[in-house]
Design a protein around this ligand. Structure first.
Ligand code: MOS
Length: 694
């Protein structure tokens, strides 16, 4: 069949959309299993210490309770080096909410009630959960997330600041934030004949298999992980967390019966990671013509005492703007808290809040328009590496975005525009995200004599539209209609795929599919009939020959209109517009949804999200969606995203840069900058709540 319209870039509806709307798409917890048992976790009620007594006798007397898992009867793990995952190996407690056991019962309600009957006594040690920059015990991480160096320095920042015509010295803070995907983290585990099957809500089935095989000392071939659909993850389902281990351990106790666990919303605030709070000290120096002479970004953030995770907060600052004198640092407070993890654009998102508010402040201090100030400091090559950019269209996004937003209509002075009792302002911020690549993805294409093709890859669709975009990529590469391609993803029986992380899914899996299609055309040129027995070819993500030579990043510009009530300080965001340079767009519909979804999450970060820790007990008190606010429809006004034509032949065979995370970066800064323009009050501490204007 010949295809007349180009598939790549077309706004194709989700091929899984109808199944999802009708409730036919099966999520992890919904997978039908025979005679399931249900698990309810036991969680530590202290932040540091050890369990001295764990008396399960009353729970075990309850009708329907099958087993109580504790550190005494839990499986000894083969590898305990990852202390987040190596649970129940001792009575020690490292943070409040850590798993200390589980009740397994015939019904979920029984398990939950019986969990309340388990009597636990502790020996408690003084704990420390306070993140602040003056701690004498801050440590330098080995590296920051993404494998980047902790510190960078070039030139003489202090000297340049001392002689600068204009300087800025300010501190920006972002709070702890928790991922709240609609679908909670859920696992079904079943052991049979020494083999483990997991139906797990995850961003990467093979990543789960690899982690569990190491922990349990098992051949990966004996672990089967299945996950066809995911209701969001945003990074919190990127790697398995302790609930997967807990469920697998419990299922071993009751083998061969399967054990089901869906975390409650409140439990998600304890055990599936979070975005660390950040304290960012930024210093900028400029000459009299508004050229940056110094950029310094020093970050303090937290990790858990049991496992290091260092968010790469200052890393984007290394690439954004030209300046001869530069410095970035990351320091960590090791606290008695859960282990932080990825949350949509980890590092780039909080770091660009600090940098882009600082850039707004500096533009104003220099008497320059914030769009023009950024354009004036555009580097020719990547300041971090000295490499040329594979493509960089930040200034085009800023200028074209400004034109389309109506930016140049504004009076630059703050408090110059009102709508009744509402103060009205506009703000801009830049966005960026690196083009990462995750190694190892392979894809198999089977051509059949009836003209149909099967595409097999252990990829994940976490709600992004990967089912659709990968089918588009395959059909385009094969030169057939999408209807002739059937895709299988989300299963470790399929060829290895990296996880949906770092905005790499479509680019890495898609490149493997394109490679397989190319291989297929070598053995079976287009137009030749497929033999009776069919043809099968496996492709892989090719090594990028430009990887060490070019700097590869997406860019964008975010514009916000903000209204702040003159009397109450209430803040509204009636308009957001983002214009992005992201290489080639694969699916204009699902891709736009990724961008506006990211921007909505950025709006949520700007106005609402805040995990408040009770330092006395060490837990997050805003631990459900009544207390931890996320943006709702009523918070979002006119929201639009678009992208410019960008041809980048260097990033990968598809020319696409990845879009899952770009949209969240810069949104909160654009909103904070607009709030300043509206009110004259500079908010440097997220979220931007009404008290900050009074
Ligand atoms: Mo993303 S935070 O890499 O899932």
């Amino acid at each position: 069949m010949t295809v007349t319209t180009p598939l790549i870039g077309a706004p194709i509806d989700r091929i899984d959309g109808a199944d999802k709307v009708r409730g036919r798409a099966q999520y992890a917890y919904e997978h039908p299993v025979e005679r399931p048992l249900y698990l309810f976790p036991l969680q530590a009620r202290i932040a540091l210490g050890r369990v001295t007594t764990l008396d399960a006798s009353a729970a075990l007397r309850e009708q329907g309770v099958v087993a109580v898992l504790t550190h005494e009867n839990a499986l000894r793990l083969a590898d305990v080096s990852d202390a987040e995952l190596a649970i129940l190996q001792s009575p020690d407690v490292a943070f409040r909410g850590q798993f200390i056991g589980a009740v397994v019962a015939e019904e979920p309600e029984t398990a939950r009630r019986a969990a309340g009957l388990v009597r636990v006594e502790y020996q408690e040690h003084p704990h420390d959960v306070d993140l602040h920059p003056a701690r004498p015990d801050l440590v330098t991480p080995g590296e920051v997330n993404g494998g980047f160096a902790t510190d960078t320095t070039e030139g003489d920042v202090d000297g340049a600041l001392a002689s600068a015509a204009v300087t800025l010295d300010a501190t920006y803070t972002t709070p702890l934030e928790h991922n709240n995907p609609l679908e909670p983290h859920a696992t079904i585990a079943r052991w049979e004949n020494g083999e483990l099957t997991l139906h797990d809500s995850t961003q990467g089935v093979h990543w789960v298999r690899d982690a569990i095989s190491g922990l349990f000392g098992m051949d990966p071939e004996r672990i089967h992980v299945v996950c066809p659909h995911v209701g969001g993850g945003f990074g919190s389902k990127g790697l398995p967390h302790a609930h997967v281990v807990l469920t697998a351990m419990a299922a071993r106790l009751v083998s061969p019966r399967p054990v089901k666990l869906a975390l409650t919303r409140q439990q998600m605030f304890d055990v599936v990671g979070y975005r660390t709070g950040t304290i960012q000290h930024i210093r900028l120096g400029c000459d009299s013509r508004g050229h940056l002479t110094a950029i310094s970004h020093d970050v303090v953030e937290q990790t858990s005492r049991i496992k290091e995770f260092a968010e790469q907060t200052a890393v984007p600052t290394r690439t954004m703007y030209a300046a001869p004198n530069r410095r970035t640092t990351h320091r960590l407070a090791r606290l008695d808290v859960p282990v932080p993890t990825w949350m949509r654009a980890p590092g780039e998102c909080p770091g660009m809040f600090g940098l882009e508010v600082a850039m707004d402040e500096m533009a104003i201090a220099c008497g320059l328009d914030p769009v023009e100030f950024r354009a004036r400091n555009e580097p020719d090559t990547d300041p971090a590496t000295g490499r040329p950019f594979s493509s960089r269209h930040l200034v085009d996004c800023l200028r074209e975005g400004a034109r389309r937003f109506g930016w140049y209509d504004r009076a630059p002075a703050p408090r110059s525009n009102r709508d009744g009792r509402w103060l009205v302002g506009t703000g801009v911020a830049a966005s960026t995200y690196p083009v990462f690549s995750m190694p190892g993805s392979r894809a198999t294409i089977q051509a059949r004599p009836d003209g149909r093709y099967r595409v097999l890859i252990g990829a994940a669709d976490i709600g992004t539209g990967a089912w659709t975009a990968l089918t588009q990529i395959a059909a385009d590469a094969l030169g057939v209609a999408m209807d002739d391609v059937s895709l299988s993803i989300g299963d470790t029986d399929l060829p290895y795929a990296s996880g949906a992380g770092g905005s790499t899914g479509i680019t890495c899996w898609g490149s493997a599919i394109v490679d397989a299609a190319r291989g297929l055309r070598e053995v079976l040129p287009a137009g030749e009939p497929v033999p009776e027995e069919g043809v099968e070819v496996t492709g892989r993500l090719p090594k990028n020959p430009h990887a060490g030579r070019l700097a590869m990043h997406s860019f964008g510009a975010q514009f916000a209109e903000v209204h702040v009530h003159a009397d109450t300080g209430e803040i509204r965001v009636p308009r957001l517009f983002g214009l992005f340079a992201l290489g080639r767009m694969i699916n204009a519909k699902t891709g736009r949804s990724q961008l506006i979804g990211g921007m909505t999450m950025g709006l949520s970060m700007a106005l609402h999200e805040h995990s408040v820790v009770d330092r006395r007990f060490g837990h997050v008190v805003t631990r459900d969606l009544a207390e931890y606010h996320v943006a709702s429809n009523a918070d979002v006004g006119r929201l639009d995203a678009d992208w410019i034509e960008e041809d980048d032949p260097y990033v990968n065979p598809l020319g696409s840069k990845g879009i899952g995370e770009l949209g969240i970066v810069g949104t909160a800064a654009a909103i904070a900058n607009a709030a300043y323009h509206a009110t004259g009050v500079r908010v440097r501490d997220l979220p931007i709540t009404l008290d900050k204007f009074l």
